[in-house]
Design a protein around this ligand. Structure first.
Ligand code: SF4
Length: 347
């Protein structure tokens, strides 16, 4: 049986150079192919016009180029765009373009589905099928960058890993994708424009600090009380808040980069005074800011958006102690593109 061809984009530049050397060709040929794949976004070996026909045929015999395909693009009345992205094995993930007057942000997925079980999240209802490869993450960003230029007349300015999946459960591939996104041979984007948002896996936060990553960190906190957090994010039982706190203190000691806490306030779940007091205490541990996010109900179940008075109390509680707090209005609600709503509904 003929061996399955390998995705050429899984190879590093060094591996491509070594491949050509092993073929008795010049290592430099590897640089040329790499440039076609990553700088020029070639979708086929045929496109590589400065490579000889014989070499292109040899590449064709050995490799495939797996590209994502935007199957369906939905545009919201507020300018938000949601892509349903088909992968080479026909699985689907979603990514979102969020425009504001000053920036255009791509929200990208890192896994197909998710193995965590956050009770408020639509993605959690899809079981985890597999991790995305670095090129599949990179391609989502390229697709959104193209849409940003086309529909908003400007390039993408920021990226958040806040789509489907827990990025720290696919660490190596996410880091490889970010390397590509920030490399001059890729998109050349500044690392500080990228935010990795995690539900908070302590040992992986420490690993990121040890790896001296230069992107920003956000944590979906949603409660600073173990009992409440475990109810809405069951994995908190395994990684309780004191472990998260310790990991975040380690992160800050190593990176000096302040953390953003993502926080949704739900009616009857975390809208009490003791919830606010606990968050204020948690914010005192390391330099941080809080994003209070408007919730988008995924059904008529227990998670409903809190009243504006409850949100105001949070804002007052945090600001009166000198903490920075932003209220994030939800975007793209009409196309289910808002936070926690990504669930492949249309496909
Ligand atoms: S909120 Fe994030 S980590 Fe939690 S289930 Fe949804 S996708 Fe997974």
């Amino acid at each position: 049986m003929k061996a399955k061809k390998k995705d050429v984009r899984a190879l590093t530049k060094e591996q491509l150079r070594a491949f050509f050397e092993a073929q008795g060709d010049k290592a430099f040929r590897g640089n040329q192919v790499y440039e076609w794949l990553w700088n020029k976004g070639a979708h086929s070996f045929e496109d590589m016009t400065n490579i000889s026909k014989k070499t292109r045929e040899m590449l064709e015999e050995n490799f495939v180029i797996n590209h994502i395909r935007v199957d369906q693009m939905q545009r919201s009345t507020d300018g938000t765009i949601k892509n349903a992205v088909r992968l080479h094995d026909d699985l689907i993930v979603e990514s979102v373009l969020i425009p504001t007057p000053t920036r255009t942000t791509a929200c990208v997925s890192s896994q197909v589905g998710c193995s965590l079980d956050c009770k408020f999240c639509a993605t959690a209802r899809l079981k985890r099928m597999r991790n995305l490869n670095p090129d599949e993450i990179y391609d989502q960003v390229v697709a959104i960058d193209n849409e940003s230029r086309l529909y908003h007349n400007r390039p993408l300015s920021n990226i958040v890993f806040m789509g489907m999946g827990e990025p720290l459960m696919n660490y190596n591939n996410v880091i490889a994708a970010i390397d590509k996104i920030t490399s001059p041979e890729g998109l050349g984007m500044a690392p500080r424009r990228i935010t990795l948002s995690t539900s908070g896996i302590p040992k992986m936060i420490k690993k990121m600090a040890d790896d001296e990553v230069r992107f920003k960190l956000a944590v979906s906190l949603h409660s600073a009380i173990d009992e409440v957090r475990t109810r809405i994010m069951p994995f908190n039982e395994t990684f309780p808040l004191d472990q998260l706190r310790e990991a975040l203190e380690y992160w800050y000691s190593k990176t000096k980069s302040r953390v953003t806490y993502e926080y949704v306030v739900w009616k009857g779940i975390n809208d009490r005074k003791e919830d606010i007091d606990a968050l204020v205490r948690f914010c005192g541990y390391i330099p941080c800011k809080v994003n209070l996010i408007e919730y988008n109900p995924i059904d008529d179940g227990e998670f409903q958006q809190a009243s504006s008075q409850a949100i105001d109390k949070y804002i007052h509680g945090l600001e009166s102690r000198g903490f920075v707090v932003n209220v994030r209005r939800s975007r793209g609600k009409d196309i289910d593109a808002a936070c926690g709503q990504l669930a492949n509904k249309q496909v």
